[in-house]
Design a protein around this ligand. Structure first.
Ligand code: NDP
Length: 248
């Protein structure tokens, strides 16, 4: 029996990348996992199949985030499969490159709509479904700790997520719900098409004290801990999962 047997988890953006690794990790611990996706149904189904092949239980649900009414639509889709949730992982996100003078208003709005506004309202509309003693884990980014001038709007959107995390930890403590953020460094996923270039990849690897780029499982293991009973006394924190990136 896994540590999360009897629990239900929702992982936004669980179809690919970091979200898939988190979904697999929570599923392996016994949670029934709602694998959310935006458009890539085949990837979401593959995540579900991988969880089931490992003896776990999962289902896929599609909702486009970053559009009006997204959070309510997501929970409507969730309610068709499950009754309440114990672990909510706000992972879905989009990249937003650009120096301050390059970012258009539309690009800014898009990155904030998906990365910051959607988690806010997913939590707001999820509070009635989230059981006492539950977990909220928000995926932020190391760009809030080390300055990356070419990612201005993206970094700001993740900063918003971290402040939300801190604020909600205070609000939800009375219900025994922990709220934490996890901040990965560079992780090898589809979000980084440039990683196909060996030179760029080596440069990214050198930023970590371990001289390698992170893998989705490096993040999923930490999320798995935060979701477990072992992390019951940890709340309002932002856990750096960057392999010591930018330490000096
Ligand atoms: P990927 O691009 O590999 O996967 C993104 C996931 O989010 C997919 O499941 C995708 O669904 C979903 N998604 C994206 N946009 C939307 C949308 N508008 N509506 C619904 N679903 C959407 O990203 P990563 O795994 O790399 O990133 C996951 C999280 O980790 C993000 O929040 C990112 O900012 C953060 N992060 C990533 C880092 C990295 O180096 N990779 C570093 C630090 C933070 P679908 O499959 O349907 O397209």
């Amino acid at each position: 029996m896994g540590q999360l047997t009897g629990k239900t988890a929702l992982v936004t953006g669980g179809s690919r990348g970091i979200g898939r690794a988190i979904a697999l990790r929570l599923g392996a611990e016994g949670a029934r996992v709602a694998v959310h996706y935006g458009g890539n149904e085949a990837a979401a189904k593959e995540t579900v199949a991988l969880i089931e092949a490992a003896g776990g239980s999962a289902f896929a649900l599609r909702t486009e985030l970053g559009v009006p009414g997204d959070a309510e639509a997501l929970w409507r889709a969730f309610d068709a499969h499950a009754d309440g949730v114990d672990i909510l992982v706000n992972n879905a996100g989009v990249a937003g490159p650009g120096l301050i003078h390059e970012v258009t208003e539309a690009e800014y709005d898009r990155v904030f709509a998906v990365n910051a506004k959607a988690p806010f309202f997913i939590i707001q509309h999820g509070l009635d479904r989230l059981r006492d003693g539950g977990r909220i884990i928000n995926i932020s980014s190391g760009v809030t700790r080390v300055a990356f001038p070419g990612m201005t709007s993206y970094a700001a959107s993740k900063g918003a997520v971290e402040v939300l995390t801190l604020t909600l930890a205070q609000t939800l403590g009375a219900r025994g719900i922990t709220v934490n953020a996890v901040s990965p460094g560079t992780i090898e996923t589809d979000i980084h098409p440039w990683m196909a270039d060996p030179d760029a990849r080596a440069q990214a690897a050198a930023f970590s004290v371990f001289d390698r780029v992170g893998q989705p499982e490096d993040v999923a293991d930490v999320v798995g801990f935060l979701a477990s009973d072992g992390a019951r006394w940890v709340t309002g924190q932002n856990v750096d999962v960057s392999g010591g990136s930018g330490l000096g």
